[in-house]
Ligand binder design. Structure first.
Ligand code: HEC
Ligand code: HEC
Length: 252
C-alpha cells in the first residue's frame, strides 16, 4: 500500500515537472505538425513528424508562395540549377541579419540569360514574412504540411498550364492577379511593377519573342531596393515560357 501511494505521488511530481518544462520551453513550438512526405530525402536526413513553431511554418508557406522553392528546390535542397545554391545547409552559418539582407536586397545581377541571380524582394515581401523566412531557413527548412505548390494541369491547353505556372513561379506576387498590377516599386521610375495586361502592354510586347526575352533574361532597372524583373532562364523551360505567354495573351 505505501509503495502504491509513493508511486502515485512520484507520478504526480513528475507530471508537474513535465507540465512546467512544457510550458516553459515549448511555448513557441507545437500547434503545427509536419509531414514526412518528402520522397527525395536521403535516409540519413529523413524527417520525423516533428512540430515546428508557427513562425517556422509561416516561413515554409512564404518559401513556396514566393517561389523560393522553384529556384532553390523543395525545402531548399537545391538541384534546380547549378547556379542556385541549396539553402538546407545554411542553418546558423549566416546570421539572421545577413539572411534578411540577402532576401531584401538580393545578391547582385548577372547579364548571362542562362544564369539566374537572387532577386530583390524587399518591396514585395513584408517584414514579417522575411522574418518568418529567416526562421524557417535557420530551422533547417523542415517539411511542413500543406506547403505543396499548385500543380500544373496537363492536357488542358497552354493557357491553363500557364495560369498555374503564373502562381507556382510567383509572378502573381509582383504582377498581381490576372496581370492587373498594383504592386508598388516606390523607387523605380514607374513607382509600380508593370501590369501584364491591357493595351499598353500588348503594344510594347507585340510578339511572343519579346515576351519570352524579358521572362528569360529579366531586367535590371536599378539597384536594390528597386525590384527588377527576376531572370528565369535556366529555371523555366522553353515549354513553360510558351505556356506562360499563352496565358498572358488571354488577359484583357
Ligand atoms: C529566380 C531564382 C531565385 C529565386 C526565386 C530565389 N532565389 Fe535565392 N538565390 C538565387 C541565386 C542564383 C542565388 C546565388 C547567389 C547569386 O548568384 O545571386 C541565391 C542565393 C540565396 C541565398 C544565399 C545563399 C548562400 O549560400 O549564400 C539565400 C539565403 C536565398 N537565396 C534565399 C532565397 C529566398 C528566401 C527566396 C524566396 C523569397 C529566394 N532565395 C528566391 C536564385 C533565386
Ligand atoms: C520580384 C518581382 C517580380 C516577379 C516575381 C516577376 N516579375 Fe516580371 N517584372 C518585374 C518588374 C519590376 C518588371 C519591370 C522591369 C522593367 O521595367 O525593366 C517586370 C517585367 C515583366 C515583363 C515585361 C513587362 C513590362 O512592361 O516591362 C513581363 C512580360 C514579366 N515581367 C513577366 C513575368 C512573369 C511571367 C513572371 C513569373 C515567371 C514574373 N514576371 C515574375 C518584377 C517581377
Amino acid at each position: 500500500m505505501p509503495a502504491i501511494i509513493f508511486a502515485v505521488l512520484a507520478l504526480a511530481v513528475a507530471g508537474v515537472g513535465i507540465g512546467f518544462a512544457a510550458g516553459h520551453y515549448t511555448n513557441r513550438t507545437t500547434t503545427i505538425t509536419t509531414t514526412s512526405a518528402a520522397p527525395a530525402v536521403p535516409a540519413t536526413t529523413a524527417q520525423q513528424a516533428v512540430s515546428v513553431s508557427p513562425t517556422v511554418a509561416a516561413g515554409a508557406h512564404t518559401f513556396v508562395q514566393f517561389a523560393c522553392a522553384q529556384c532553390h528546390g523543395v525545402q531548399g535542397r537545391g538541384g534546380v540549377s547549378p547556379y542556385v545554391p541549396a539553402l538546407s545547409t545554411i542553418k546558423t552559418s549566416l546570421t539572421e541579419a545577413q539572411l534578411e539582407h540577402i532576401i531584401n536586397h538580393g545578391l547582385g545581377e548577372s547579364a548571362n540569360p542562362t544564369k539566374p541571380y537572387m532577386p530583390v524582394w524587399g518591396e514585395v515581401i513584408s517584414k514579417t514574412q522575411v522574418h518568418d523566412l529567416v526562421a524557417y531557413i535557420r530551422a533547417g527548412l523542415p517539411a511542413v504540411a500543406d506547403t505543396q505548390p499548385v500543380s500544373v494541369p496537363a492536357g488542358q491547353g497552354d493557357p491553363v498550364a500557364g495560369a498555374a505556372l503564373y502562381v507556382k513561379y510567383g509572378c502573381i506576387n509582383c504582377h498581381g492577379p490576372n496581370g492587373l498590377g498594383g504592386v508598388p516599386n516606390p523607387l523605380s521610375p514607374d513607382k509600380t511593377i508593370p501590369v501584364l495586361s491591357g493595351q499598353g502592354f500588348r503594344q510594347q510586347f507585340n510578339t511572343d519573342a519579346k515576351i519570352a526575352a524579358v521572362i528569360r533574361s529579366g531586367s535590371v532597372i536599378g539597384k536594390a531596393p528597386i525590384v527588377s524583373m527576376p531572370h528565369w532562364g535556366g529555371i523555366l523551360t522553353p515549354v513553360q515560357i510558351a505556356e506562360l505567354i499563352a496565358y498572358l495573351k488571354t488577359l484583357k
